[in-house]
Design a protein. Structure first.
Length: 429
C-alpha cells in the first residue's frame, strides 16, 4: 500500500507545494484533503512558476489524477480562474476530479469573513479573507451547499433559496446589503455547468486507488498549528491540516496511510495573528524575511519570521505520527553567523518541554535557546549531504536529535532539483 501524506509541520507555507510536485512525479493519485483557496502552494519548474490554491500541486504530472476531496471548500470562480491560469502555462496536465461532498464557497462567506474580522476588533485572526471560516461554519451548522448539489439545477435552486434567506438575515444584522437570489443563482449555475463533468464520488476513487495498490499522495494545506483542534485556537484555520485530516477529508481509514512526512522550514514563519514564541523583531528576522522572500503567496502579507522551535516540532511529530521530516529552506540561513533554536520554554518559574494547549499560556512562554554555528556558503548547488558545509550538517543532526525524527529530505532551493533525498525508504512506507 504505497501511500504518503505530506503535511505542514508548523504554521503553513513550509513548501508543501514544492514537495508534492517533487514526490507527485511518482504518484498515481494526488488528493488534497483540507482548506480552500486560503492556501498558496508554489511550484517552480524551470522558468515557470505555478501558484496553486485549490488544485492539488500534483496535477503538473500528466499521468496523475488530482483530486479536490470532500474535506475542502471550493470557490468555483477561483477554481475556474486557477484552471485557466494553469492550463495557459502548461496545457498537458493530469486529470482533475472534485468531490461531490466538497462544500461551495459563496460571496456571502467572503462578506461574512470580512464582517466577522471587523467585529473582532483588536482580536482579529488575520484571516486570508477568502470566506473559508464562514464556509466551514455552514458545513458544521448543516447549512452548507455541496458540489454535488450545485451541479443539479433544481436541487441547487432549492438549497440556495433556503440558505440565502438565512444568510441575508445575517448580512443585514451586520449592517450589510443582502444578496439578490437571481443573479447569484445565475452566476453559480454558470460555474456549475463548467465544472459539472469533474464532479464525482471521490471517496470511492480514493478507496479503490488504495486497494489497488496505486501510489496515493495526500496533500496537506496550511500547517499543524493552524489546525482547528490541535492549533493555537482561536488563531487557526477552520479545517484539519493534521495528518488525521487526510482520513476525514478523503474517506480513507487511518491504516491506509503508510507514511507521513512533515514539511518544516529550517526556521519558523507565521502569517496572521497568534502566539509565536521564537518570533524575531530584529535585524536577523528582517534578514530571513528578505533572504527568504517571506511574503504571503495568497495575500502578499509580510510573514512573521523567527528561529526554529523544536518544542513545536516535537509536538508536530506526535500529532501527525511523522515518519520523517522534510527540512526546507535551509539555504535561507546561509550567512547568519550564529543560529539559534528553541529547545524548551520557561513558563513563570517552570521550564517545560512541551507546548501548553491553552493558547493564553502558550502566549506567555519564553523560549530557551540553544546556539549553533552558522555557515557562509550558498547551499543551492548541493546535491548530497556531503556537499553541505559541516555546520549545516550539524544543524540537520540537531533537528533530528531534538525532534527524535529522521530527516527524509532536505530542500535547498525552490527548484525541483534543489532537493536532497536522504532517506528514500521513508517516503512511500
Ligand atoms: P506551501 O504553502 O507550504 O506550499 O509553501 P509556499 O509556496 O506558500 O511558500 C514556500 C516558498 O518557498 C515558495 O515560494 C517556494 O517556491 C519556496 N521554496 C520551496 N522550497 C524552498 C527552498 O528549499 N529554499 C528556498 N529558498 N525557497 C524554497
Ligand atoms: P498554505 O497551504 C499560512 C492562516 C491565516 C490566518 C489563519 C486563518 O499556503 O500553507 P483563514 O483564511 O484560513 O480563515 O485564516 O490561517 N492561513 C495560512 N497561513 N499558510 C496557509 O496555507 C494558510 N492558510 C490559512 O493567515 O492566520
Ligand atoms: Mg503557502
Amino acid at each position: 500500500m504505497p501511500t504518503l501524506a505530506i503535511v505542514g509541520a508548523q504554521w503553513g507555507d513550509e513548501a508543501k507545494g514544492k514537495m508534492v510536485d517533487v514526490l507527485g512525479a511518482e504518484a498515481d493519485v494526488v488528493i488534497r484533503y483540507s482548506g480552500g483557496n486560503n492556501a498558496g502552494h508554489t511550484v517552480i519548474t524551470g522558468d515557470k512558476e505555478f501558484k496553486f490554491q485549490l488544485i492539488p500541486a500534483g496535477i503538473l504530472h500528466p499521468g496523475t489524477t488530482a483530486v479536490i476531496a470532500s474535506g475542502m471548500v471550493v470557490c468555483p470562480k477561483g477554481l475556474l480562474e486557477e484552471l485557466d491560469r494553469t492550463r495557459a502555462l502548461k496545457p498537458d496536465l493530469g486529470t482533475l476530479k472534485i468531490s461531490n461532498a466538497a462544500h461551495v464557497v459563496f460571496p456571502y462567506h467572503r462578506m461574512l469573513d470580512a464582517l466577522e474580522e471587523e467585529a473582532r476588533g483588536e482580536n482579529k485572526i488575520g484571516t486570508t479573507s477568502r470566506g473559508i471560516g464562514p464556509a466551514y461554519q455552514d458545513k458544521v451548522a448543516r447549512l452548507g451547499i455541496r458540489m454535488g448539489e450545485l451541479i443539479v439545477p433544481e436541487i441547487f435552486e432549492h438549497r440556495l433559496r433556503e440558505v440565502l434567506a438565512y444568510k441575508n438575515r445575517l448580512l443585514i444584522m451586520f449592517g450589510s446589503e443582502p444578496l439578490e437570489f437571481d443573479s447569484l443563482y445565475a452566476e453559480f449555475s454558470g460555474y456549475a455547468s463548467r465544472l459539472k463533468s469533474l464532479v464525482c464520488d471521490t471517496e470511492i476513487l480514493a478507496q479503490e486507488a488504495v486497494e489497488a495498490g496505486k501510489r496515493v499522495l495526500f496533500e496537506g494545506a496550511q500547517g499543524t498549528f493552524l489546525d482547528l483542534d490541535s492549533g493555537t485556537y482561536p488563531y487557526v484555520t477552520s479545517s484539519h491540516p493534521v495528518a488525521g485530516g487526510a482520513c476525514l477529508g478523503t474517506g480513507i481509514g487511518p491504516r491506509a496511510i503508510q507514511s507521513v512526512l512533515g514539511v518544516c522550514k529550517a526556521y519558523t514563519t507565521r502569517v496572521g495573528a497568534g502566539p509565536f514564541p521564537t518570533e524575531l523583531h530584529d535585524d536577523v528576522g528582517e534578514r530571513i524575511r528578505q533572504q527568504g522572500q517571506e511574503y504571503g503567496t495568497v495575500t502578499g502579507r509580510s510573514r512573521r519570521c523567527g528561529w526554529l522551535d523544536t518544542v513545536v516540532l516535537r509536538q508536530s511529530c506526535r500529532l501527525n505520527s511523522l515518519s520523517g521530516l522534510v527540512l526546507t529552506r535551509l539555504d535561507v540561513l546561509s550567512g547568519i553567523p550564529e543560529l539559534r533554536a528553541a529547545t524548551a520554554y520557561t513558563l513563570g518559574a517552570d521550564t517545560i518541554g512541551h507546548m501548553p494547549s491553552n493558547t493564553w499560556e502558550f502566549a506567555r512562554v519564553q523560549p530557551v535557546y540553544e546556539s549553533l554555528p552558522g555557515w557562509s556558503e550558498s547551499l543551492r548547488k548541493a546535491r548530497s549531504l556531503d556537499d553541505l558545509p559541516r555546520e549545516a550538517r550539524q544543524y540537520l543532526q540537531f533537528v533530528e536529535d531534538q525532534s527524535k525524527t529522521p530527516i527524509a529530505i532536505v530542500s535547498i532551493g525552490p527548484d525541483r532539483d534543489e532537493t536532497i533525498v536522504v532517506r528514500p525508504d521513508l517516503i512511500w512506507g
